[in-house]
Design a protein around this ligand. Structure first.
Ligand SMILES: [Zn+2]
Ligand SMILES: [Zn+2]
Length: 172
């Protein structure tokens, strides 16, 4: 997963330990955000990611692999924090505040009704979903590569939701 998208090298120094500690904290924080989100949308905690979720996660890793995702101004690999990615605004990984703003911007627009897996209009009943990509660090002799923990938030239409293997969710 680490190689799947651009991670930034950080010089190994006294700072390194601090960054890794922060990464741990960010990871725990992201896990809490994710759990709260899953609870809110009524999704089972350890359910297998659905086919729709895999489609969305793949879209993320492909875009990131092409270097087409940047970080919002509040995020940095040297000060790790939970980060969010949404398929309807795919050019950026956002902090929680910027992510909330981006969700607000599509409220009531056709984008708000579009299924993030098949891209069709959901007809108004969209099922919220979330996937967590945990933080990781790769320690090399001279460098460490850091990947921020990322929560992917997306919506599925009823038919994509139906192929959810065992995930039970409620319409938003
Ligand atoms: Zn931000
Ligand atoms: Zn769909």
């Amino acid at each position: 997963m680490l190689a799947a998208y651009r991670s930034s090298p950080v010089n190994r120094s006294a700072q390194t330990t601090a960054v890794l500690d922060q990464l741990d904290a960010a990871n725990n924080h992201a896990r809490r955000c994710f759990d709260a989100l899953r609870e809110k949308i009524g999704s089972e905690r350890d359910a297998t990611p659905s086919t729709g979720a895999q489609v969305v996660a793949l879209r993320f890793t492909e875009r990131a692999g092409r270097g087409q995702i940047s970080l919002c101004q509040h995020l940095s690999v040297t000060a790790p924090n939970p980060a969010f990615w949404t398929p309807w605004a795919p050019g950026r990984i956002r902090c929680s505040a910027c992510s909330a703003q981006s969700a607000q911007r599509i409220k009531g627009t056709p984008e708000d009704r579009r299924c993030d897996s098949c891209q069709h209009d959901s007809g108004g009943s969209i099922y919220q979903n979330a996937v967590l990509i945990p933080a990781a660090s790769l320690k090399l002799p001279e460098l460490i590569a850091i990947q921020l923990p990322i929560v992917i938030i997306f919506g599925l239409c009823p038919s994509c939701q139906r192929v959810n293997n065992g995930n039970t969710t409620h319409a938003a």
